[in-house]
Design a protein around this ligand. Structure first.
Ligand code: ADP
Ligand code: MG
Length: 258
C-alpha cells in the first residue's frame, strides 16, 4: 500500500484553544478516507493545514514522501493536493464547460483571458471530465442557472482538471438533500476507483460515511480518538459516546434495529 499523504504530530492552537492536537495519520493511494467528529472537533483546521492555508503550531505534513509543511497553498496545490470548497467556487457568468476549460488551462499554465481561441482549447478533455461527473448534457449552460447539486458536481470536475493525487473535500455535501448526498459520494467513490486518486473528506451524514468510506478517522476536541475500518469505528465505544453525547446517532443502526 503506497502512502500518498501523511501527517506527523500535527498540532494547531489558537490562543488557548488546542484546535488540533498531535494528529498523525496516513492516506493511501486510492483510499477514500472519512474524517468525522462533532462541530468544533478540528476537522476544518486540519484540512486548512493540509492545504497550506494555516501553518501548524507543531508537526509536519508529507506528500509522496516530501515534506510540504510551510509551503504556500498554491505550491501545495501544484504538487498535487486538490480540493473542493465548502462554498462553491465557479464563475457564474461562464458556461459549465468554460469553467472546466479554464481549470485545464490553468493546470497547463496558460491564462484563459489572454487567449482569443481559449474557448476551443481542451474542449474534448473538459467534456470527458464533465462526462465523468454526469454533467456533459449541461456543458453549454451558464453556471448561474445550475441547481446546487449540479454546481457541486461541476466543482468536482474542476478539481479533477488539475489531476490531483489527493483530493480534500471539507463537507462536500453541505446544503444538499439526502439523496443528492448519496449520489455525490457514490460519484466520488467511482472516481477514486477509476482514477486511483486518494480522497480525504468530512461529512455529517453517517449513512453516507458508512456507505462509502474505506476507512474512518474520528476527531474529538482536536484529538484522533479512532482510526479504522467502518466496522471497527462503528463498534468503538468511545466513538459512540462522542456521537450519543453530541446527539448525532448512527442512523443506519436505528433503522435496522427498529
Ligand atoms: P470543525 O471543522 O471540526 O467543526 P474547526 O476546525 O472549524 O472544527 O474548529 C476547531 C476549533 O478551533 C473550534 O473550537 C474553533 O472555534 C476553533 N477555531 C477554528 N478556527 C479558528 C480561528 N481562525 N481562530 C480561533 N479559533 C479558531
Ligand atoms: Mg468544519
Amino acid at each position: 500500500m503506497t502512502t500518498v499523504l501523511e501527517t506527523r504530530g500535527l498540532t494547531k492552537s489558537f490562543g488557548g484553544i488546542l484546535a488540533v492536537d498531535n494528529v498523525s495519520f496516513s492516506l493511501a493511494k486510492g483510499e477514500l478516507l472519512a474524517l468525522i467528529g462533532p462541530n468544533g472537533a478540528g476537522k476544518s483546521t486540519c484540512f486548512n493545514m493540509l492545504m497550506g492555508q494555516l501553518q501548524p503550531s507543531k508537526g509536519t505534513v508529507h506528500l509522496n514522501g516530501r515534506t510540504i509543511t510551510g509551503l504556500s497553498p498554491r505550491r501545495i496545490w501544484r504538487l498535487g493536493v486538490g480540493r473542493t470548497f465548502q462554498i462553491t467556487a465557479t464563475y457564474s457568468s461562464m458556461t459549465v464547460i468554460e469553467n472546466v476549460q479554464m481549470a485545464l488551462l490553468s493546470h497547463h499554465r496558460q491564462v484563459f483571458s489572454v487567449l482569443p481561441y481559449a474557448h476551443r482549447m481542451y474542449r474534448a478533455e473538459a467534456l470527458a471530465l464533465l462526462q465523468m461527473v454526469g454533467m456533459a448534457d449541461q456543458a453549454e449552460r451558464h453556471c448561474a442557472v445550475l441547481a446546487y447539486g449540479d454546481l457541486k458536481r461541476l466543482e468536482l470536475a474542476i478539481a479533477l482538471a488539475h489531476a490531483p493525487d489527493v483530493l480534500l473535500m471539507d463537507e462536500p455535501t453541505a446544503g444538499m438533500a439526502p439523496r443528492e448526498r448519496v449520489g455525490l459520494m457514490q460519484l466520488t467513490a467511482d472516481i477514486v476507483r477509476e482514477r486511483g486518486v486518494s480522497v480525504l473528506f468530512t461529512e455529517h451524514d453517517m449513512d453516507v460515511v458508512f456507505a462509502h468510506s474505506h476507512r474512518i478517522m474520528v476527531l474529538n476536541r482536536g484529538q484522533l480518538i479512532a482510526d479504522g475500518s467502518v466496522a471497527e469505528v462503528r463498534a468503538d465505544p468511545r466513538v459512540q459516546e462522542v456521537y450519543l453525547g453530541g446527539g448525532t446517532v448512527f442512523k443506519s443502526d436505528e433503522v435496522q434495529d427498529a
